[in-house]
Design a protein around this ligand. Sequence first.
Ligand SMILES: Nc1ncnc2c1ncn2[C@@H]1O[C@H](COP(=O)(O)OP(=O)(O)OP(=O)(O)O)[C@@H](O)[C@H]1O
Ligand SMILES: [Mg+2]
Length: 393
Amino acid sequence: MFIRTLSLRDFRSWEHAELELSPGRTVFLGSNGNGKTNLLEAIGYLATLGSHRVASDAPLIRIGADKARIGASVVNTGRELRIDLELNQGSANRAQINRSPARRPREILGILQTVLFAPEDLALVRGDPGERRRFMDELCTARLPRLAAVRSDYDRVLRQRSALLKSAGRQARSKAELGTLDVWDGHLATHASVLLTYRLRLVHDLYPYLAQSYAAIAPESRPATIAYRSATLPPEFLDPAREPRPDDTEALEAVMLRELAAARTKELERGVCLVGPHRDELELNLGDAPAKGFASHGESWSFALALRLAAFELLRAHGSEPVLLLDDVFAELDRRRRTALAAVAAGAEQVLITAAVPEDVPAELAAVPLRVETSGGPDGRTSRIAEPAQPAS
Ligand SMILES: Nc1ncnc2c1ncn2[C@@H]1O[C@H](COP(=O)(O)OP(=O)(O)OP(=O)(O)O)[C@@H](O)[C@H]1O
Ligand SMILES: [Mg+2]
């Protein structure tokens, strides 16, 4: 797929922009702070309904504005769809598909698929388990957009059940309260089992791609492997080589119910929900050692890059080709990793790259340059695409 047009209004440093983009490779060039990453962030937001840099929407809205708009025309195997999002300060975000209002923003998920590689990705390896859960869940949702609803249901039930555990833990528990908890256990197990099914399937499918892409980037290093880590699930579920089965969801629901019952006393004592996918994570290993804490700086970078490349190859192998977004990454990489990344980028349908200077981008990519500049005073600089220089006549 590729993005044919991108429209922004009051998104970060972009007051207004209408960009025509082509398939193939485009590089946004410009000095630090000119708004290059903001562009990729806006595109990533259309694909995931989240920013790779901030957890809330407020910083995305241009200072002084009360809403931001992002829109794109996305061409996928010859068919074009227009998606538009409005991020509102203090009220719900809204979305349109082909200029008709969608019931919820998440209905646009799946229309645009992206894989974004950014300097922040080092946190995939070095950061908290939440970073790796998000990696899994975003990729699961890219593969199966209806999982967004399951994730949001799970989060809601988890919040409500946690509140109940807290209040019930503090006082003498009534029978009614424990009965209510049983009902929440049922809801939690239902949503958790679907989420777990797709996470386990993802790890199973991603595993071979990850091993391959890491070996291509760092052939001299120990082999990279991934596995799903969970204190709740029996070990047989955690082997990435295990073939997913059609009745996995039922089996996982039974495991969840059993484990929730077993943890009940402890959960009431502590007032927190101790069982479920919100406690799990993606384990990253180099040889026999966990990457986190053991991998060198270069190995951690290679692992993060390998995870993104594996995600790209997986999405591509199982459906339509995602747009590849490369935020300022070539400058960080050594020659071998640059070459590995350039090889993938050369074969992708559309690649959008940011760089401070053209020398940072491998010449063989022959990326079309677009210059990003800013105008305005110290308290309100606005990004814009520079007009191409006119050839001297
Ligand atoms: N909500 C906002 N309103 C107005 N301006 C903003 C907002 N959020 C960020 N900015 C501005 O956007 C600029 C940063 O943009 P961006 O991160 O895209 O830069 P960049 O071109 O990628 O730079 P670098 O080369 O350093 O990565 C900063 O100058 C910042 O002040
Ligand atoms: Mg940047």
